[in-house]
Ligand binder design. Structure first.
Ligand code: SAM
Length: 441
């Protein structure tokens, strides 16, 4: 409705409120004040990044060899704090961190064969500081154009967002991704059913790697977007042949006696529009309005949004998995690795569990490093990286032929030793038998 006042005038009128009249009784912080969580034993950043050198060994077929440098394409059985701290001195920087740490659930986790995998039972402040220290080390070891994705549940999401703003800077926050983790939940509890978890995506700087990820559209979307069919049965949609903004060059000139609509220009020079028309790629409406035909092709992708509904975790027996608890969806991690790193880059997962990130990184030609403190995780990762995934449960017995195929290694193992196994010398001294068994997998 025409009101006779400009947008600017309208805006300044709307801005008048009683808040201009009153003063806050206790002054608010200044506009540039930062937010930080406060709790006991919050360590100084300088103490966290001070090197605490360790002696790492590679284990091969039961024997240990000393190394000066953490090798690529390896799994390290250790507390990730010490490995991340060691990485500070390494020349190669990390292009991508994906981590799926404990979520602060208060639970213990077991694998499918009931082996204890890991505890998730720190108090709230301890958990936050545990994560903060490691995030500081991750930032320190990231490439200037690197990215970090932190997968987290609803309980600690809010705290972790504040911690990540503190460590990476609020300007480097890119997305809060909501991931639908399961199809249904029991509806007996007296609160809303929880079916999502979250991924906080930050980058080290504003200039970061981004290989724009696309996803295959749903049929519904294709039907809506490309509703028309030509005589050959090809799907298409109609789009305008003009774009906003006036131009003085060829695209601002008349075509077939018509000027572009006011304030617009032709998307193509008149000669190109002639060619499109002669190819039958221009549709003329009954009242003489030209529009361009855009054909559907099966390789078309739609932009991925921050709501991920198609990457649920598959803990059912028709799917190849490791049996490690909280194993993440491989396709989802591959999507992240593809979007935020290039071939040959170093991808690190410091809470690697069953090695999903290492698997994704290797399949996409990235270098990888996985760290986990759990022996069960070490076995699951080494088994997966050296021998492939296994089908789980009754499926193996019930449909033996298909199951045989499923148990083949999933990733081409072109390296001489797919996935090196690295330990701290002190861990080898403390658990010699267990470490040798894992190195023999
Ligand atoms: C949620 S699970 C990760 C699952 C993994 N994303 C997968 O797809 O299998 C979290 C992992 O963090 C590991 N972890 C917890 N604290 C750790 C620490 N300080 N250093 C290394 N690993 C740790 C646990 O042992 C557990 O395997």
């Amino acid at each position: 409705m025409a009101t006779g006042i400009t947008k600017r005038e309208q805006h300044s009128r709307d801005a008048i409120s009683v808040l201009d009249f009153y003063r806050e009784p206790i002054p608010l912080p200044s506009g540039d004040a930062e937010v930080a969580l406060s709790y006991p034993n919050k360590a100084d950043r300088s103490d966290i990044v001070t090197p605490t050198p360790r002696q790492f060994l590679t284990m091969e077929g039961g024997s240990a060899a000393q190394i000066d440098k953490i090798p690529d394409n390896a799994f390290i059985l250790d507390d990730n704090f010490f490995v991340l701290n060691q990485l500070i001195g390494e020349e190669t920087k990390v292009s991508l961190y994906y981590l799926d740490p404990p979520y602060g659930t208060g639970f213990d986790f077991h694998s499918r064969d009931l082996e204890h995998a890991y505890k998730d039972s720190m108090g709230r402040a301890a958990y936050i500081e545990f994560m903060r220290r490691r995030l500081i080390l991750m930032r320190e070891t990231m490439a200037g154009d690197g990215s970090i994705y932190v997968h987290i549940g609803h309980r600690m999401l809010g705290h972790l967002k504040v911690v990540m703003d503190e460590v990476f800077g609020p300007d480097n926050f890119r997305n809060l991704i909501t991931r639908r983790k399961c199809s249904s939940k029991n509806f007996t509890s007296n609160q809303y059913a929880n079916i999502n978890d979250y991924i906080l995506f930050y980058t080290k700087t504003k200039s970061y790697k981004w290989n724009k990820p696309g996803v295959e559209p749903e049929q519904d979307w294709i039907d809506r977007e490309y509703p028309k069919f030509d005589n050959f049965g090809r799907r298409y949609k109609l789009v305008p042949i003009h774009a906003p903004g006036t131009r003085n060059g060829e695209t601002g000139q008349p075509w077939r006696g018509m000027m572009p609509p006011p304030g617009k220009h032709w998307q193509y020079a008149p000669a190109k529009l002639d060619t499109l028309d002669s190819q039958g790629d221009i549709h003329w409406s009954r009242n003489g309005n030209p529009r361009r035909k855009v054909y559907w092709s099966s390789d078309k992708k739609t932009a991925l949004t921050d709501y991920w509904d198609r990457y649920r975790d598959a803990h059912h027996q028709t799917i190849k998995i490791t049996g490690y608890p909280t194993e993440k969806n491989l396709a989802m991690v591959k999507m992240i690795v593809g979007a935020s790193s290039d071939e040959g880059d170093l991808v690190v997962d410091p809470f690697c569990g069953s090695g999903t990130t290492l698997h994704a990184a290797r399949d996409l030609g990235r270098r990888y490093l996985g760290i986990d403190a759990s022996f069960s995780a070490a076995k699951a990762t080494i088994q997966r990286m050296r021998h492939g995934l296994q089908p789980m449960g009754d499926y193996v017995n019930g449909r033996s032929k298909k199951a045989e195929n499923l148990s083949l290694p999933s990733a081409a193992a072109s390296e001489d030793l797919p996935c090196r196994f690295v330990v701290d010398s002190r861990i080898l001294d403390a658990y010699p038998q267990e470490i040798r068994e894992i190195s023999d997998i």
